[in-house]
Write a protein that binds this ligand. Structure first.
Ligand code: 48H
Length: 253
């Protein structure tokens, strides 16, 4: 068989255009493909929810790749071990209640789980604004290509509709800040200093719908609540992603 460059181009354009047209309207848009967003997307997808993950970087995985200070290992506590098992992420017991896993494997397996569950990824795409109309609900997202932002080009964005948005943008809580800055009656208290045990204990409780249609998860949930940070322990990220998925499933169905 003789390969044809134009067929390769048509295959990519036709398939991705079909997916993009389909995902102009989705059930849940997860903004940010770090550990909390990936866990949330995978668990929602497993329940048959139409999920799109929007990630501004080329790479998926957020802050998980780097482990702790570039040592590619993460720590997960007992409470979240079942989620490591759920996603088939291998780990070793360390001291009682602590497990160590490979950060690269964790990102790869969470990403694969989300793909297997039917989530679609839109990387190199960033959310620059939200849609809020008379019903005072986040009902859509304004998106653009990351290279447009990087090059400072004046190119208008496009808009997608979603029933729920999950702010999984990490420390910066980007979507929550957008709603706060547009008079959305949301306050972002800002992240506190390191206090791992407290931050991990509180994160699931901070994972909530902070504005109609907008759920915060992961570090974004702690940043909104004024909660502490926890360093390279990732159980809370997985548990928070799971909580966000559960909250949405409970209200949507
Ligand atoms: C699209 C965007 C946008 C945008 C940002 O930082 P993350 O890994 O987030 P979490 O909360 O799942 O995990 C946090 C964890 O990695 C971490 O940093 C921890 C545990 N720190 C503790 C400590 O003490 O330091 O991922 C967020 C993702 C990134 O990939 C961003 O590129 C992406 O969100 N993102 N995507 N549109 N506007 N803004």
């Amino acid at each position: 068989m003789k390969l044809n460059e134009v067929t390769i181009t048509r295959a990519i354009l036709s398939e991705q255009s079909r997916v993009m047209l389909d995902y102009v309207d989705l059930e849940v848009a997860v903004v940010g493909a770090g550990p909390s967003g990936l866990a949330c997307a995978a668990l929602l997808g497993e329940q048959g929810v139409k999920v799109g993950v929007i990630e501004k970087k080329l790479s998926i995985g957020g802050g998980m790749w780097g482990g702790g200070m570039m040592f590619p290992r993460i720590v997960v506590q007992e409470e979240a071990k079942r989620l490591l098992d759920h996603f088939s992420i291998a780990c070793k017991a360390f001291e009682e209640g602590y497990y160590v896993a490979k950060s690269v494997e964790a990102v790869a397996k969470l990403t694969a789980a989300a793909c297997d569950a039917g989530a679609e990824f839109f990387n190199l795409t960033f959310v620059e604004d939200v849609v809020i109309k008379d019903d005072r609900r986040v009902s859509g997202l304004v998106i653009n290509w990351t290279p447009v932002e990087m090059a400072g080009l004046h190119v208008d964005p496009l808009t997608i509709a979603c029933r729920y948005t999950v702010d999984a943008t990490g420390h910066d809580a980007v979507v929550a800040h957008m709603v706060a800055s547009k008079g959305g009656m949301v306050t972002v208290a800002g992240e506190g200093p390191m206090w791992a045990d407290r931050a991990e204990a509180m994160i699931v409780g901070h994972t909530r719908e902070i504005f109609p249609g907008l759920v915060v998860t992961g570090m974004a949930a702690n940043a909104v609540a004024g909660e502490h940070r926890m360093g390279p322990i990732f159980g809370g990220m997985l548990l928070s992603g799971e909580r966000a998925a559960t909250l949405i499933l409970e209200t949507m169905r």
